[in-house]
Write a protein that binds this ligand. Structure first.
Ligand code: PEP
Length: 258
């Protein structure tokens, strides 16, 4: 499908790394390394306590938006340790990751919860980056597309077409996250095309055509261009390489070659 209907997006996921005092030097380095031309939207999804420092460092550098790595599906009240959508938007957060495989695995977040978080984030005006992906065992057993169909359908359940346009789907095969083993461009394209087919069935062709789909899993400065050249890969969700300003800038620059 034609890429002109949707945005290229490169989002960094710092995970549980960095400190508030390291944010300003990082952003200064990133700004110096950024390509001149803007060819994509970029965001950094930081741990909650670092968001104010990130917002401050990015105040005069609007090429990069502030993102978070999770959000509570409930609006307020007795949810000790949780962070609400309003708290994030009040700090200028524009993007929020939901359903990252590490949260699905270690915090036992299921598809129902992921859907609730995505709906809350979108209702609050943020762009939700919802992560889906198969395990190595599922891939080896030929269950990848079936699993992805289920995860994507559950994630977008109940969204209107208009709401879905504020949702980005990130395909992150579990076996490629943080392992240095990247999916081949063909493997990633096959699944991203399937994701778009599911979105088309659930939300209609025009909406599916307008939604950005990202690849995540050991994407780096060297392999980004090949992955981003695929017709259904509109950007990247970047873990390890987003912690190195020069590498993150090089991945952003790779969106120019599409
Ligand atoms: C991630 O965890 O979202 C991710 C893509 O990590 P990495 O790039 O380090 O594989």
């Amino acid at each position: 499908m034609n890429k002109k209907y949707r945005k290229a997006i490169i989002a960094g996921n710092w995970k549980m790394n960095m400190t508030a005092s390291a944010v300003r030097p990082f952003i200064d380095e990133l700004r110096a390394a950024m390509p001149k031309l803007k060819t994509c939207d970029a965001a950094i999804c930081a741990p909650f306590p670092l968001i104010p420092a990130l917002g401050k460092a990015l105040r005069d550098f609007s090429r990069v938006a502030v993102g978070a790595q999770d959000v509570c599906e409930f609006p307020s009240g007795a949810h000790t340790g949780e962070v609400s959508c309003d708290m994030l938007t009040d700090l200028g957060v524009k993007y929020v990751i939901v359903g990252h495989s590490e949260r699905r695995e270690y915090q036992h977040e299921d598809d129902f919860k992921v859907n609730a978080k995505l709906r809350a984030a979108i209702a609050a005006g943020m762009t939700g980056i919802v992560c889906v992906g198969e395990s190595l065992e599922q891939r080896n057993r030929g269950l990848t597309l079936e699993h992805i169909d289920y995860q994507v359908s559950s994630a977008v359940y109940g969204l209107t077409e208009e709401q879905a346009r504020r949702c980005v789907v990130a395909y992150e095969p579990l076996w490629a996250i943080g392992t240095g083993v990247v999916a081949t461009a063909e493997q990633a394209q096959e699944v991203c095309a399937e994701i778009r087919a599911v979105l088309k069935r659930r939300l209609g062709a025009r909406t599916a055509r307008a939604m950005s789909i990202l690849y995540g899993g050991s994407m780096n400065a060297k392999n980004a261009a090949e992955l981003l050249a695929m017709p259904d890969i509109d950007g990247g969700l970047i873990g390890g390489a987003s912690l190195k300003p020069a590498d993150f800038a090089a991945i952003i620059a790779a969106t120019a070659q599409e």
